[in-house]
Design a protein around this ligand. Structure first.
Ligand code: MSP
Length: 482
């Protein structure tokens, strides 16, 4: 039965250009969305950019631009990196937190929170004074414990001591319910290690958090709190529902909410597994079904950073390898969810081995043989030799890496069939047998192409077209050797 499928990526900060980390999460979402569309599910895939906060205002200033000009430009570079001439991300909606609709929706959300009561009968929001060490790099207050030599370990700068009057969210009243929902699996947090991590946050009693800021200027102003703007994380997390028109347009909300899969890396798991469910409960909305939290990968053993100079721009990969190969190279190195290292130094070898010599060679030698021995006529196959219960690991179980391994074994199987049956010899004596072998190979090739559709959509379509027409012709190599 067809279902609805709503999948989201984090919305990315515009103080940074798109890099391999953003590309990775977005690609995973794209693969899952394409897989569900292929199954006939009514799919909605959301991505976008997170554009408020001092960090972004600072970056704009360094660039001699107004924050809005700066956001327009960088948000545009994310859209470009995802477009059909680059990574080919088929999102359904791209949200920007500076969209007037989103901004108004966030104000409406605050009004709702202001009027809401917690399960214990307390007001959800209350006014308080906040004093803390704030890192504008992280857009969050840090605890003394998190500092390394007095510096924010992620940004290598000293946090500022900030004191301000804020609205606070009464998180304490929601922690027991969140714990129960995560433990029971009503909110499924995957993989298991990240579920345990989320439960660990709760055990440590995450304190109430402030949801407004007076120290920040570039943000959504709150009419009931003059001089204060929405805390960037409340603004950002809300995107997953404001993109569906919440609270005004209930049609898309009714259709797609709750999200089926929310993807992210572990850097932002606390915001998603604790703050986000609490906000949703306060708004009386159901929780997402599954959060999948993947690892934060390093590049060739080192943290990806501008200082080290190992930041990978996905556009450069596409320029070097092409769209589908880039998608393959990013998704095939390690299992989703594992602590991992992306070995950029292996890209070229893997391209040549897996793609040029693997699927690329299989397709070109097969078309070649059909042209030479069968005058291009598509061989008819008397009996299918594909095992009727071929089982690929399930993409909807987040097994993209395992799935690609399995597809590769089918490519090997097809190549082996050719090597063993030697159609070039058969063709001299037995045309029927040649036709049969090539028919079997083509059956495998079309199965492989079909299976690759969510991951390498263009290649999949090209191969399918080439081998389902009655006359099979040699085409340009899919993956020219580098
Ligand atoms: N704007 C917030 C998210 C708000 S969501 C309501 C944010 N933005 S971010 O630009 O820093 O993006 C973080 C996300 O980018 C990670 O959670 C992950 O999806 C992706 N990645 C960034 N670097 C990555 C790696 N090195 N490895 C894997 N994913 C990475 O946080």
């Amino acid at each position: 039965m067809n279902k609805k499928f709503y999948i989201t990526t984090p919305i990315y900060y515009v103080n940074d250009k798109p890099h391999a980390g953003h590309a990775y999460t977005t690609l995973v979402a794209d693969v899952l969305a394409r897989f569900h569309r292929q199954k006939g599910d009514d799919t909605f895939f959301l991505t976008g950019t997170d554009e408020h906060g001092s960090k972004i205002a600072e970056a704009a200033e360094r660039n001699n631009q107004t924050p809005q000009e700066f956001c327009d430009q960088v948000s545009g570079s994310f859209k470009t990196a995802w477009d059909k001439d680059h990574l080919g991300i088929a999102y359904d909606y791209f949200i920007r937190t500076t969209d007037p609709n989103h901004e108004q929706a966030v104000r409406d959300i605050f009004q709702k929170l202001l009027a809401a009561k917690t399960p214990a009968g307390n007001s959800v929001l209350y006014e308080g004074e906040y004093e803390g060490l704030y890192c504008t790099g992280c857009e969050k207050f840090l605890t003394e414990k998190e500092l390394v030599n007095g510096l924010c370990p992620d940004h290598q700068r000293a946090p500022e001591l900030l004191k301000e009057k804020n609205y606070f969210f009464r998180l304490a009243d929601y922690l027991p319910a969140i714990e129960q929902k995560i433990t029971s699996g009503e909110l499924q947090v995957l993989p298991e290690s990240k579920k345990n991590e989320a439960l660990g946050f709760i055990k440590q009693n995450v304190p109430d958090f402030s949801v407004s800021r007076s120290s920040v200027k570039w943000g959504i102003d709150l009419p009931f709190a003059p001089g204060q703007v929405a805390y960037v994380w409340v603004d950002a997390l809300s995107n997953y529902i404001t993109a569906l028109g919440y609270p005004k347009n209930s049609e898309l909300m009714a259709k797609y909410w709750p999200a089926d899969v929310q993807l992210m890396a572990q850097d932002i798991s606390k915001f998603h597994t604790i703050y986000w469910p609490a906000l949703l409960m306060a708004l009386d909305l159901p929780l997402p079904k599954t959060m999948f939290i993947h690892g934060f990968f390093t590049i060739d053993g080192q943290k990806m950073s501008k200082t080290i100079g190992n930041v990978i721009n996905p556009n450069d990969l596409v320029a070097q390898f092409g769209q589908d190969a880039t998608r393959y190279l990013l998704l095939s190195q390690f299992p989703l969810g594992q602590e991992a290292d992306l070995q950029a130094s292996l890209f070229k070898d893997r391209y040549n081995n897996d793609l040029a010599n693997g699927i690329g060679n299989l397709v070109s030698r097969t078309a070649n043989m059909v042209e030479s021995y069968l005058a291009g006529k598509k061989p008819t196959l008397k009996k299918s030799t594909l095992d009727s219960n071929v089982n690929l690991p399930e993409l909807n179980q987040f097994l993209i890496y395992e799935y690609l391994l399995a597809v590769r074994s089918f490519i090997d199987q097809a190549n082996k069939l050719i090597d063993e049956q030697k159609p070039w010899q058969l063709a001299k004596t037995d045309l029927k047998a040649t036709e049969n072998v090539l028919g079997q190979v083509i059956e495998l090739i079309t199965f492989i192409a079909q299976s690759l559709a969510p991951i390498m959509p263009t290649t999949s379509a090209k191969i399918t077209k080439q081998f389902t027409s009655d006359i099979i012709k040699k085409e340009e190599p899919l993956f020219p050797r580098l």
